[in-house]
Design a protein around this ligand. Structure first.
Ligand code: FMN
Length: 203
């Protein structure tokens, strides 16, 4: 039985590109895994506490950190909704990462997460694609790729619905066709990724 760990972190429960696309991914996942389990955390609705000194010292002996690390280790695949806030990830997602990454327990060469597929839906109001003026301000994909591969040895893929503010900002009106195309591609990518994961996990 395959288990998917699904995290959302967008502050808005409705009208969120990352939530819409992760939901589409989960729907496709469930079609492939009718007996599978989806473990869900809404990090915005139920934020985890910031890591504090006692939790750092306790490491895997801390009850919450142990619970989160076990949840991650037992996931066959992970799905993360990660909107861009101030060029970076939501602080609630950073809190999850700080709690769940435990050096000497799941971080390092023998990580139980090594090889686990992590799909990140990285929504953003603008575009930070290579060649765009704000390329150097991209600290969502650049950060998550480094921390998830570098600390946990995960295999990370990104789905990027971008220019999401084009419909609400008049100065971005000419970008609406690109925004719509990006959103459509994100749904297609989510469905394809969920299906290809099913094949991989079955093998
Ligand atoms: C607090 C906050 C900060 C944001 N900062 C940025 C930013 O730095 N760059 C950007 O392109 N969009 C930024 N946005 C816009 C969001 O990235 C955009 O609305 C995105 O679609 C939000 O994700 P969601 O649709 O999954 O909820 C920000 C939005 C909020 C609420």
């Amino acid at each position: 039985m395959a288990t998917l760990l699904h995290l959302d972190s967008a502050v808005f429960p409705q009208g969120s590109a990352s939530r819409d696309v992760t939901a589409a991914f989960v729907e496709a996942w469930r079609e492939q895994h009718p007996d599978g389990e989806v473990v869900y955390r809404d990090l915005a609705a139920e934020p985890l506490p910031h890591l504090d000194a006692s939790a750092v010292v306790a490491g895997a002996e801390d009850a919450l950190r142990a619970e989160l690390a076990a949840e991650l280790a037992s996931a066959d695949a992970v799905l993360i909704g990660a909107p861009m806030y101030n060029f970076s990830i939501p602080s609630t997602l950073k809190a999850w990462l700080d709690q769940v990454i435990i050096v000497g327990h799941n971080a390092g060469p023998d990580s139980p997460v090594a090889g686990t597929s992590v799909t990140v839906v990285a929504s953003r109001g603008g575009s930070y694609a290579p060649g765009t003026p704000r390329e150097d301000f991209e600290f969502v994909q650049n950060y998550l790729e480094k921390v998830l591969t570098g600390m946990l040895g995960a295999e990370v893929d990104f789905i990027v619905p971008e220019l999401t503010l084009a419909h609400s900002k008049p100065e971005m009106a000419e970008l609406i066709p690109l925004a719509d195309a990006s959103r459509a591609k994100a749904f297609t990518d989510a469905e394809e990724k969920a299906k290809s994961l099913a094949v991989r996990l079955a093998g």
